[in-house]
Design a protein around this ligand. Structure first.
Ligand SMILES: O=C(CO)[C@H](O)[C@H](O)COP(=O)(O)O
Length: 206
């Protein structure tokens, strides 16, 4: 299991400082959608530049204009960029093609996808699918559940949305490859300790 630290609603400098604190206990760093919207692809560039050995995920949540947006992310140094699974099939194909040209990867966010879209996505090879309970669903309270692992063995499963020590057992049952954790680490008084506790608890749940 890898931890992807999601950095949202910070300045670039704050995001770098939090990632630096948690660095030893996380594998992937997500440049959150909010950072990309507020500061542009400079946020991706600065974070990859500071953490060249980490896998950097640009959570751009592409829905259209896939080639342009994915090229922006990859040229800025992202190893992985995200696309919404509810986007038109041509957009998903273009993301896959663009990632292939750069030797990078695609994460497909299943938020609000319909069954027929999930079935199409399950056929894609070598992607990361993300089961995601959105911020709005979290804030509304109790809305949304994480789905199950897709059929394709070449796909990795990531799970996101309000993950904390309290719901780790439920998340563990989904057998994800990647745990996307934001606030539970980034808002903790000691982000390194918070990330380590998640890892230890995860191991203890085996
Ligand atoms: O994609 C996201 C928001 O759109 C975040 O990465 C995700 O929600 C993780 O943050 P948190 O653990 O605070 O929910």
């Amino acid at each position: 299991m890898k931890i992807q630290l999601a950095l949202d609603r910070f300045t670039i400098q704050e995001a770098i400082e939090i990632a630096a604190k948690a660095e030893k206990a996380i594998e992937w760093i997500e440049v959150g959608t909010s950072l990309i919207k507020e500061f542009g692809v400079k946020s991706i560039y600065d974070i990859k530049n500071r953490f060249p050995d980490k896998t950097v995920v640009a959570d751009i949540k592409t829905f259209d204009n896939a080639k342009y947006e994915f090229e922006l992310c990859f040229r800025a140094g992202a190893d992985i960029a995200t696309v919404m699974g509810a986007a038109p099939p041509v957009t998903l194909r273009t993301c896959m093609d663009t990632a292939g040209q750069f030797g990078r990867q695609v994460m497909v966010d299943l938020l609000n996808t319909q069954a027929h879209q999930q079935a199409e996505i399950a056929r894609l090879e070598n992607i990361i699918v993300c089961q995601h309970i959105s911020k709005d669903q979290q804030e509304e309270g109790g809305g949304g559940t994480w789905g199950r692992r897709a059929a394709s063995r070449s796909q990795q499963l990531a799970v996101a949305g309000g993950i904390s020590l309290e719901n780790l057992a439920a998340v563990r049952a989904l057998q994800p490859d990647v745990l996307i954790v934001g606030s539970a680490i980034s808002k903790a008084s000691d982000p390194l300790l918070a990330a380590r506790k998640i890892k230890e608890t995860w191991e203890a749940l085996k």
